[in-house]
Design a protein around this ligand. Structure first.
Ligand SMILES: Nc1nc2c(ncn2[C@@H]2O[C@H](COP(=O)(O)OP(=O)(O)OP(=O)(O)O)[C@@H](O)[C@H]2O)c(=O)[nH]1
Ligand SMILES: [Mg+2]
Length: 342
């Protein structure tokens, strides 16, 4: 289960169906009542057992595509999954199913002989019941694993379709600094914008055509606070996953207004101590947003604070709600970093 090349996991996961244990049982129940022509009693019992075997195997065949999908998952997607699911738990659930499938065939072979050798009708029925019971209990034992894998697949079906091969600008920053407004302005994506903090709960993608074949992917992320990653909540950790694992450059938005969710010093601390550590070497650009709503003094103060930092570049100030202004800043970031030509 290590990260690999790009697949569109959401698309692939749409073809994967994970049944519940009850669904498997119900399916067996339906097939079981089917009449089996003229057969000798032991032949009929073997045929019935074969039906049970075929149903449990085909119902759990999803495990092969799921394992393939997980093996090829980009580390960014893994980190989003790990915000919600424990990797060890996923592995355990996969083993439960794989083991059950393996043992099913072993039991089937073993009981086929027992059924053939049964001495009378009563023994035949007893052995047949025992064989069915043992096969089914293998899956009953995995019922919580089936439930977990089922939620995992549904989760994967809703992962954002990011293309790690496209030039990417990850828009990050404190809550309410205008990240979603920026992504709305530059792309056709329409992430929700609101006055209150923590509006954005997960990662959203927009595409921007900068002319010709120049397409840039802009990623809207949830707001983050100035604290270490292991103290972050689930929503912040989704932003951290993007900052840490997606290739690209970062555009950090500062809110210089009096109403900012956190004071300027904390925004700078967030940039210096949290973001720079997370991105480990990716270029970080800063734009001072809400230029229309901040006083000249505050804008100047924010500019000086950003310029005094090492390892980040000031792209300028802007009003993210103005499309042309947001595009101007995006162009500065794209051109200066050269991501289009990479
Ligand atoms: N005046 C002004 N307001 C802005 C600007 N950009 C964003 N806002 C406002 O700031 C508030 C927060 O904007 P969002 O785009 O939702 O901010 P966000 O950073 O995505 O917020 P979270 O997702 O909660 O972290 C909204 O009321 C926006 O209208 C700007 O350039 N000027
Ligand atoms: Mg937002």
């Amino acid at each position: 289960m290590s990260g690999g090349k790009l697949v569109d996991p959401a698309e692939e996961a749409k073809h994967i169906h994970v049944p519940t244990y009850d669904e498997i049982l119900e399916r067996i129940g339906r097939r079981f009542s089917a009449k089996k022509g003229k057969m000798r009693p032991w032949e009929r019992e073997i045929a019935r057992l074969q039906t049970v075997r075929d149903i449990v195997i085909s119902k759990t065949d999803f495990i092969r595509s799921l394992v393939r999908l997980l093996d090829n998952l980009h580390p960014f997607y893994w980190s989003l999954i790990e915000v919600e699911f424990e990797r060890a738990r996923i592995r355990k659930s996969i083993s439960c199913i794989s083991r059950a499938r393996k043992l099913t065939d072993e039991l089937f072979e073993k009981y086929r002989f027992h059924l053939m050798a049964a001495e009378d009708r009563r023994e035949l029925e007893r052995v047949a019941r025992e064989a069915r019971g043992r096969i089914l209990s293998l899956y009953k034992r995995c019922s919580r694993d089936l439930d977990l894998l089922r939620s995992l697949v549904v989760f994967i079906q809703h992962l954002p379709g990011i293309d790690p091969e496209l030039p990417t600008v990850i828009v990050a920053g404190p809550p309410s600094s205008g990240k979603s407004s920026f992504v709305r302005s530059v792309s056709r994506a329409k992430p929700k914008v609101a006055e209150y903090p923590f509006t954005t709960k997960t990662v959203h993608i927009g595409h921007v055509n900068l002319g010709g074949e120049d397409v840039v992917q802009v990623i809207d992320t949830p707001g983050i606070l100035d604290r270490p990653v292991d103290e972050m909540n689930i929503v912040e950790r989704r932003a951290a996953a993007a900052l840490r694992h997606l290739p690209g450059v970062v555009l950090f938005l500062v809110d210089p207004t009096e109403k900012a969710y956190m004071p300027l010093e904390r925004q700078v601390k967030l940039l210096e101590e949290t973001v720079k550590k997370l991105v480990s070497g990716k270029p970080v650009y800063v734009a001072i947003n809400k230029a229309d709503a901040a006083s000249r003094d505050r804008l100047e103060e924010a500019r000086r604070a950003v310029e005094s930092l090492h390892g980040v570049k000031l792209a300028g100030s802007m009003s993210a709600i103005e499309r042309s202004d947001a595009i101007r800043i995006l162009r500065i970031v794209v051109e200066d970093s050269g991501i289009l030509s990479k």
